[in-house]
Design a protein around this ligand. Structure first.
Ligand SMILES: [Zn+2]
Length: 230
């Protein structure tokens, strides 16, 4: 059984390198009719997506992603508008490149740092003295080593990537069920890429622009002992 899992994972990784992000669930279904194995592999695949791995899944060629991102970077700067529990919300001004969105349109991006609580759990024992520095280091590490889920409210995210995100286990939230239930057979038949330019932009900026603010907020959340499970 383990060797079958390894085989699926190695093929998955090879495929990912060759063709960008695969549609994991279809791969799993293809390789195994065994429900137990399938669930195991799904779980293995679903824990693979850190900030860096979501960025690695971007396909720069698909719908001219890199070109549009470069343009967006020249005209917009994302801002953090809210941090709730372990989730961060940004807003990014639209590039205004497409007919339906003008420069006055803003899109929200949400990222949930889904492993944060689990990764910090061992610091929960209050009898053990943990320095602020030690805890901040742990939060920073978890920011990049833990899994995330993502959501952007722009049309591209919905029509090209939302379904793929659902398959990969990186879709934030349960809303937008339409996109999760409908494979993008026309808009993205080869299931290229895993996220829109806004999310790419936001995730790329975390280390240089947003890390301190996020770590400060997560530190306060942990210290207050509130919303630990959110
Ligand atoms: Zn977007």
């Amino acid at each position: 059984m383990v060797s079958s899992v390894d085989r699926v994972l190695s093929i998955y990784r090879k495929y990912q390198r060759l063709k960008g992000t695969p549609y994991a669930l279809e791969m799993v279904n293809f390789f195994s009719k065994d429900v137990g194995l399938r669930e195991y592999v799904k779980k293995s695949l679903a824990v693979e997506f850190t900030v860096g791995e979501v960025l690695q899944g971007v396909d720069g060629e698909f719908i001219h992603h890199d070109e549009h991102l470069e343009y967006l970077e020249g005209v917009s700067i994302p801002e953090i508008v809210d941090i709730v529990g372990w989730s961060v919300v940004w807003k990014t001004q639209s590039s205004g490149e497409h007919s339906k969105a003008t420069r006055s349109t803003f899109y929200q991006q949400k990222v949930k740092f889904a492993d944060m609580f689990t990764m910090l759990r061992r610091y929960k024992d209050r009898t053990k003295r943990v320095s602020e520095e030690e805890l901040r280091d742990a939060i920073t590490l978890a920011l990049y080593e833990g899994d995330i889920t993502v959501y952007c409210e722009c049309p591209a995210a919905r029509f090209f990537y939302r379904w793929v995100q659902g398959q990969l286990g990186i879709a934030y939230g349960r809303y937008d069920q339409y996109a999760l239930n409908n494979a993008p057979d026309i808009t993205n038949p080869e299931r290229k890429g895993d996220t829109c330019k806004h999310m790419d932009y936001v995730l790329s900026l975390i280390p240089s622009e947003f890390e301190t603010k996020i770590v400060d907020s997560f530190y306060e959340t942990w210290k207050s002992g509130k919303r630990l499970y959110s």
